[in-house]
Design a protein around this ligand. Structure first.
Ligand code: PGA
Length: 237
């Protein structure tokens, strides 16, 4: 299996942080069959990591171009050779009112510009406790993925909202079961890559990555420390 390990720095890290972070990767031995991607704040996307890690944007506009002050379009990302964008992260949904429909429009923009969206889905604690995870995810999948997309054009990241930044995760059995469910529901697109996100740490990464339907992880907090992120990448082995 090939793996994708993604770091979401969120609104953290300046240029000095970027430079010292990637210096720590100069002698790092990357596992085979593994893409490692870091999503920093947008102005850092024009800098070189100096290692095998590529960069991703944390969002983009659903519009192609024009009078949308403050937005970032797919075209500028393509011109910087950016190949991935995180879309529909729960923080975008919660604080910036992003809907599944908006995520779909953004994903279509990305795909049209040869950028692979990492589409985030996940249930709230209330939905989890009410055992509504599958129906919530099914709706997110059907509304957020562009209809004509194929499996090699996008990635799904399953991130239970209650696991993000909390130190809590579903059980390993729940993660595998939910990923299997997502794989079944997206089979019409082909074999879709499905990442797990939410409190991935050096001490749980190996177990999560060993599950049959887990193709990688999306890491927030732990990705800000190069040592921790390296331990998570190495857990692929
Ligand atoms: P976390 O964040 O690893 O800090 O839980 C994950 C995410 O928000 O993508």
């Amino acid at each position: 299996m090939s793996y994708t390990i993604v770091a979401n720095w969120k609104m953290n890290g300046d240029l000095a942080f970027f430079q010292s972070y990637f210096k720590a990767f100069h002698d790092f031995k990357f596992p085979q069959n593994t893409d490692v991607i870091v999503a920093p704040q947008a102005p850092l996307l024009s800098f070189d990591t100096g290692c095998a890690i590529t960069l991703a944007a944390q969002t983009l506009s659903k519009h192609a171009s024009g009078a949308y002050t403050g937005e970032l379009n797919a075209e500028i990302l393509t011109s910087l050779d950016i190949k991935h964008v995180i879309l529909g992260h729960s923080e975008r949904r919660q604080y910036f009112n992003e809907t599944n429909e908006m995520v779909q429009a953004k994903a279509a923009q990305a795909i049209a510009n040869n950028i692979r969206p990492i589409i985030c889905i996940g249930e709230s604690l209330k939905a989890y406790e009410a055992e509504e995870t599958c129906s919530i995810l099914e709706q997110q999948l059907s509304e957020a993925i562009p209809k004509a997309a194929t499996a090699d054009q996008f990635i799904i990241a399953y991130e239970p909202l209650w696991a993000i930044g909390t130190g809590k995760t579903p059980t390993i059995e729940e993660i595998e079961k939910t990923h299997h469910f997502i794989a079944t529901k997206t089979a019409k697109y082909g074999a879709v890559k499905i990442l797990y996100g939410g409190s991935v740490k050096p001490n749980n990464a190996a177990e999560i990555l060993s599950q049959a339907h887990v193709n990688g992880v999306l890491v927030g907090g732990a990705s800000l420390k190069p040592d921790d992120f390296q331990a998570i990448i190495s857990a692929v082995r």
